[in-house]
Design a protein around this ligand. Structure first.
Ligand SMILES: CC(C)(COP(=O)(O)OP(=O)(O)OC[C@H]1O[C@@H](n2cnc3c(N)ncnc32)[C@H](O)[C@@H]1OP(=O)(O)O)[C@@H](O)C(=O)NCCC(=O)NCCS
Length: 168
């Protein structure tokens, strides 16, 4: 696990349960195969697979060794994660975005995606694409993403392609 940036923000008091008040969040890159990667897989398993009756561990995760992994940590505990895949030198596809169930709708997803976009922009990416679950499309729209195609089914759920392009 390596430090990318310290977001230096404090979660708004009003929107957090007492246990989460004033915890400082840190955005970090995660090394494939590390202990933090195992924590990332567990978060993705719990948030993205268990609720739809699937297991992340039934999937071939070896291809993820060449992908970019990031997490938002509160006091060393992973609360949100996402993966970015280089499609070209300027386009990155964002996948597997997940916020732990106890901290959803409290600003962590926004903080993670904004930090991820800044990190990807620093690496030269100007175009971000993703397959959004339709139930989460409103979240991405709030972050400036637009729908780019019709709905389709993935892991048994309706999805839609979305993208965001940075001004050059
Ligand atoms: C979708 C998800 C990543 C959003 O992260 P989050 O931390 O809950 O979202 P935030 O609190 O940062 O929300 C930012 C804004 O998006 C809105 N938002 C969050 N989830 C939303 C949703 N599912 N639909 C519509 N709007 C949503 C919030 O209300 C907030 O709006 P505001 O700024 O007007 O208050 C998270 O809820 C999650 O992991 N959900 C389960 C797994 C999932 O669906 N992952 C995405 C797969 S494509």
């Amino acid at each position: 696990m390596s430090r990318v940036c310290d977001l230096s923000f404090r979660v708004p008091r009003a929107s957090f349960q007492s246990a989460w008040r004033d915890l400082r969040m840190t955005f970090l890159s995660i090394e494939f195969g590390s202990e933090a990667y195992r924590e990332e897989c567990e978060l993705r398993h719990r948030v993205l697979r268990v609720p739809i009756g699937l297991s992340l561990y039934d999937e071939d995760l070896s291809r993820e060794s060449g992908q970019m992994h990031f997490g938002l940590f509160a006091e060393r505990k992973l609360v949100a994660c996402a993966i970015a895949v280089a499609i070209s030198s300027t386009e990155a596809k964002i996948r597997q975005m997940a916020v732990s169930q106890g901290t959803q709708r409290q600003g962590c997803g926004r903080k993670l995606l904004q930090a991820l976009e800044r990190e990807l922009a620093a690496r030269g990416f100007r175009h971000f694409s993703l397959n959004a679950r339709v139930v989460a499309a409103g979240f991405y729209e709030k972050l400036g993403y637009t729908r780019t195609g019709p709905e389709f089914t993935e892991v048994g759920l309706p999805h839609v392609k979305m993208e965001k392009r940075l001004a050059s």
